[in-house]
Design a protein around this ligand. Structure first.
Ligand code: 13P
Length: 248
């Protein structure tokens, strides 16, 4: 079986004390020699803490966003080179909360993916439809449009991406896509990647949206679901570890 990848997205949660406790529990609870890749994406201010706490551990460090710019007068932004200095391996780009609340367009998301790749940070490109778009039968068109912008921008580097399908209606709602619904969209994304690279099979396609300890195994058993991007359940060590165990 292909190696799975489980990424926790802490979103805007945590504190120095809470992070230390959570990371300690994860380090202790991860199976020695476990096959699944594991990473956590923390708020930028905590990346230095993760670099220290996770040194020598197999848990990768993720950022939740990255600037499309290299440096300069962009107040509040964090560049890919800065992330790299803190040992960051992954950066989420185009999370639906960034698209929705921070006006990120497909073009901005593509530029962010490119900026991350240029510094050796792997972008986790998030795509997904709203409930309204799903009900209007636009799911496929929406995710393909979102991914196409990134594929077009990064050219031959497409095989270095991680892609996460996160239906907006399933995020934080407790309404998970069924394994069949998720697999159907993942198959569309895989085909789109295959048209762009002969290495589409090695691009991890993660599912996100109310993935939890109870539903992870069934989702991860689908052909084109290579892992998970976990929000709420990643804040509870026991739940996150159960999801990781389901990915072994
Ligand atoms: P939940 O797992 O809380 O639904 O969040 C999913 C998500 O947005 C991960 O990026």
């Amino acid at each position: 079986m292909k190696q799975k990848l489980i990424v926790g997205n802490w979103k805007m949660n945590g504190s120095l004390a809470a992070n230390a406790a959570l990371l300690q529990a994860l380090k202790q609870g991860l199976p020695a020699g476990g096959k699944a890749g594991v990473a956590v994406a923390a708020p930028a201010v905590y990346l230095a803490q993760l670099q220290v706490e996770l040194s020598g551990s197999s848990i990768g460090i993720g950022a939740q966003d990255v600037s499309q710019h290299e440096q300069g007068a962009f107040t509040g932004e964090v560049s890919a080179a800065m992330l790299k200095e803190f040992g960051v391996r992954y950066a989420l780009v185009g999370h639906s909360e960034r698209r929705q609340y921070h006006g990120e367009t497909d073009a901005v998301v593509a530029a962010k993916a490119q900026a991350a790749l240029a510094k050796g940070v792997t972008p986790i490109v998030c795509v997904g439809e709203t409930l309204q778009e799903r009900e209007a039968g636009q799911t496929e068109a929406v995710v393909k449009r979102q991914l196409a912008a990134v594929i077009h921008q990064v050219g031959p580097c497409v095989s270095e991406l991680v892609v996460a399908y996160e239906p907006v209606w399933a995020i934080g709602t407790g309404k998970t896509a069924t394994p069949e619904q998720a697999q159907a969209v993942h198959a569309v994304l895989r085909a789109q990647l295959a048209a762009a690279t002969e290495h589409a099979g090695r691009v991890p396609l993660l599912y996100g949206g109310s993935m939890n300890a109870a539903n992870a195994a069934q989702l991860l058993a689908q052909n084109d679901i290579d892992g998970g991007l976990v929000g709420g359940a990643s804040l509870k060590a026991a739940d996150f570890l159960t999801i990781v165990a389901a990915a072994q």
